[in-house]
Design a protein around this ligand. Structure first.
Ligand code: SUG
Length: 448
């Protein structure tokens, strides 16, 4: 029996709006506006604590240190630290923003994960995403690999953490946000769906924005994870969706076990592949896949992106055979999205019977909803007890985090703060205070 653990990454004290998310309309719209790191982090903890209260095993990753001063020299800046920072602010504000980025908070982009039951060598495989599409995210992979090894330290003999894919344009990878695992209720029999935006071996429908995931990257991961080609599928994102701001598949599709919900414009010429997926699911699990396609007239693409309905978390609370939705509060405020949610809950054929609306306004303003903030890792139930319990979310950990965040995180940041030495010192201190407050080592301050 497998259980799905959720890992959320705590928002860092330098959370700000750099406008750096490629094809991410919310990020672009909020560029250089004042951000609220304390609120962002409190909202993130509250969401993770809710999931833990629903009985889903929930863990957290703590923020790595920012700013990444070590990147200033490779970006071409010279002189003293304050000379480099001022020059970066004047000449390359995006580079400055990148070294302060808290984008590691969107754990769905941390890695692609394959449980041992899916892999030929029966090991759990994780590949940290190389995230090379944007200025600020390519540096996350090595930090995340360490986090994975720390959380799963007792599992290392049964786990392979691969290096991120090589940092080359044909291998752009954004992790689990572009991967869905459909399975039976035990989790033991599953199919893997990889979703990509670009295939350099096929003719290119054009998109307004750079597609962040390539088919070649998906295929490389599927090979490295030793997945069975008969149960592994590749779907192409619809270019109209990418152009409308769907920069990851999890902005337009969501799934849990045998339920797949996607927008009618999620996939480009996907019908054939989806039919193969349905047939393979039936053969492999002995039950039908429940696939719900949401019509464009029920939730038009622009509203799907504004509400982030598809970025809701679909969860099965402990002891229940029904599912619940953890939706962004934006869905509650938008009548079209709310009606859709009510219809799904009222439909006896859909195994969803409740909804929790969560306020994630700071993360949402950077294009990150509930599902963006978590990485799902299906593991054997017996693995749970071996995971680093300091990082397991419960009411006690939530309280410790609320207290530390409230005390040490800045209320608000503007772009001028990024070159203020007092702000930098306070942000670094906040990270180490949070670590100390939960007793997680001295802080992994490898950078800067
Ligand atoms: O990569 N935003 C993130 C949002 C990631 C959402 N993740 C998933 N859909 N799984 C991104 O675009 C904005 C940062 C800024 O502009 O400062 C940002 O990186």
């Amino acid at each position: 029996m497998l259980t799905e653990i959720n890992i959320d990454a705590l928002v860092g004290p330098t959370h700000h709006f750099g406008g750096l998310g490629v094809g991410n309309l919310a990020s672009m719209a909020h560029e250089r506006q004042a951000s609220h790191p304390k609120l962002a982090a409190l909202e993130g903890v509250a969401k993770a604590a809710l999931v833990a209260r629903l009985g889903v095993p929930q863990f957290v990753w703590l923020p790595p240190l920012r700013p990444r001063f070590d990147l200033l020299t490779p970006y071409g800046f010279q002189g003293s630290l304050s000379e480099q920072l001022s020059a970066a602010q004047r000449l390359a504000p995006r580079a400055l923003s990148a070294i302060f980025s808290s984008a590691f908070m969107w754990a769905a982009n941390a890695a692609t994960v394959s449980p041992a039951v899916d892999t030929r060598d029966q090991r759990l495989h994780l590949t940290p995403a190389n995230l090379i599409s944007s200025w600020h995210r390519a540096t996350e992979a090595n930090e995340r690999a360490l986090d994975m090894e720390e959380l799963f330290q007792h599992e290392l003999p049964r786990l392979t953490v691969h290096p991120p894919l090589p940092s080359i344009i044909p291998l752009r990878d954004e992790g689990a946000a572009n991967h869905m695992r459909l399975c039976d209720p035990s989790g033991m029999r599953g199919l893997n769906l990889f979703v990509y935006g670009e295939d350099d071996a096929a003719s290119e429908p054009t998109c307004r924005f750079l597609p962040r995931q390539t088919r070649a990257a998906c295929e490389a991961i599927a090979r490295a994870h030793q997945l069975d080609p008969n149960t592994t599928f590749f779907l192409r994102q619809h270019p109209a969706a990418i152009s409308a701001g769907v920069f990851h598949n999890d902005v337009i599709a969501t799934s849990h076990q045998g339920l797949l919900i996607h927008h009618a414009l999620a996939f480009w010429e996907g019908e054939d592949v989806l039919r193969q997926v349905e047939a393979a699911f039936q053969i492999h699990t002995g039950r039908p896949l429940l696939r719900l396609e949401i019509r464009h007239d029920e939730l038009p693409l622009p509203l799907a992106v504004q509400s982030y309905f598809f970025n809701s978390q679909l969860l099965r609370p402990a002891g229940s055979d029904r599912m619940t939705l953890v939706c962004p509060a934006q869905c509650q405020a938008m009548e079209t999205a709310l009606q859709l949610i009510e219809r799904l809950i009222a439909d006896p054929h859909v195994p969803i019977d409740s909804v929790h609306f969560v306020s994630l306004q700071e993360s949402m303003a950077n294009g990150g909803g509930p599902a963006c903030l978590r990485l799902r890792v299906p593991v054997d139930v017996d693995v749970l007890s071996g995971l680093n319990s300091t990082l397991r979310m419960d009411d006690h950990l939530a309280e410790c985090l609320y207290e530390a965040i409230d005390r040490w995180y800045p209320d608000s940041i503007t772009s001028d703060d990024l070159i203020n030495p007092d702000f930098v010192a306070a942000a670094r201190r906040a990270v180490s205070e949070v670590r100390q407050s939960i007793g997680s080592g001295s802080g992994r301050g490898k950078h800067g």
